[in-house]
Design a binder for this molecule. Sequence first.
Ligand SMILES: *Cc1c(COP(=O)(O)O)cnc(C)c1O
Length: 419
Amino acid sequence: MSIPLVNPQLLKPLTHGDAVETPPRPASPEHRFGTRAVHSGSHIDPNTGAVIAPISLSTTFAQSSVGKPIGIYEYTRSANPNRDHFEEAVAALEHARYALAFSSGSATTATILQSLAAGSHVVSVSDVYGGTHRYFTKVAAAHGVNVTFTPTLEIGNEAIIKPDTKLIWIESPTNPTLSLVDIREVTTIAHRHGILVVVDNTFMSPYIQNPLDYGADIVVHSVTKYINGHSDVLMGVAAFNSPELKDRLTFLQNAIGAVPSPFDCWLAHRGMKTLHLRAREANKNASAVAKVLESSSLVKSVNYPGLDSHPQRAIAQKQHRDGMGGGMLSFRIHGGHAAAERFCQNVRVFVLAESLGGIESLCEVPSSMTHAGIPKEQREAVGVFDDLIRLSCGIEDVDDLTADILQALEKSVAPANGA
Ligand SMILES: *Cc1c(COP(=O)(O)O)cnc(C)c1O
C-alpha cells in the first residue's frame, strides 16, 4: 500500500514567477503581530509539504537551458530561498514592502552608507551604537561621506541640515542611556529637504516600535539581538517601502556580498516566530527590575523609557506599542566604578557579557566594555558615567531577576559604604 506523502497539488515544480504556488500564509496587515510572526514567509514546501522550510544550502541552482534557471534562483549570493523567507517575514513585521538581510547589523549600516554619493553629508544622533560610530568616523569619511553628530534633542533642528545633507541616522532608544527621539518630528523636517531618515530599531524590535509608520524611510536591525533572540546568530536587516531604494540596495547587497548564510536565515526566521512572546516577557521583566532599582537607596538613577520618571516618557507612550519600555535599561550605582564592577561579578542569574536582546539576562559596564572606545568627556556628556550599568532583561522568571538584582546591590555597594 502506498501512502501519498504529499498533496499532489503541492507537487508543482517552482518556475519563474510562481514561487508562491502553495496556499498563501496569513501575512497581510489584517492579521495581528503574533499571527504574522508565526506565518509570514513560512511557505509550505511545494515539493514535500514540509510545514517548516528545508534549509537550502546549495550555492547554485540548475538551469534548463542557457540563462533559464529551473526555478527563480541562480546563485545564492544574489538570492536564496531561506533569505527570501526571512526577508518576507521582516517586511511583514515592520510594515514594509521590502526587506534585505545582511551578514551583520554592521554590514547593513555599511551597505546603506555605501549607497550615498561621495560628498554626501549625514546627521546622526551622538550616542549611536559604537560600531556605527566607528563606521561613520573611520570608514565613511574615507569614501567622502561626512557625518555630524548631535544630541537627540537637536536632531530635529533645521539648523544642522546642510545643502548636501542626504541622510539622518537615528537610534531610539539610544544606547546605553535609553534617550528617545520623536521619529515623526525628525522625518517631517527631513522630508521637507528631501533627506532620507534611517532608524536603527534594534533596541525596541518590530514588536514594540515600527519606525516606518512614523515616516522613516529605512528601518534597520541588528538581527543578532531581539529578532533572532537566542544569542546564536550574527545578522542584520533593512526594511523600507521605496522601489528605488529596493533596486539600489539590492544591487549593493549582491555587489558587496555581505549576505547571511541560509542556515543563519533559517535560524533567525525560527527565532523571530516567538518575538512577540519574548518581547512581552522582556518588557515585563525590565519594568519590574526598573521599579526595584528606582526604589533602592543604593541606586543613583535609572534610565528606562517605561518609567514615569523617564524625561521622554511621552514619546514612549506615543511611539511604542502600549507605551512599553522594552527589555533594556541602565542605572547608576552608588560607590562609583568599583561598585559597578562588583555588581556585575555578584549577579547570579544575569550574565556579565556584551550584547542584548537574547532569552538570557545580561549585564555590562559600558564605560569599560561596549563604550570603552569613546573618550571619557564625550561619554560623560551623553550620560555614560563610570558607574553606569546596562542590563538586558531576558525571559527568566521575574522574581528571580529582581531577587538577583537586590542581592547583587547589597553585596556590591555595602562594602564600599562601610570602608
Ligand atoms: C549590535 C548592534 C548593531 C551592530 O550589529 P551587529 O549585528 O553586531 O553587526 C547596530 N546597532 C545596534 C543598536 C546594536 O545593538
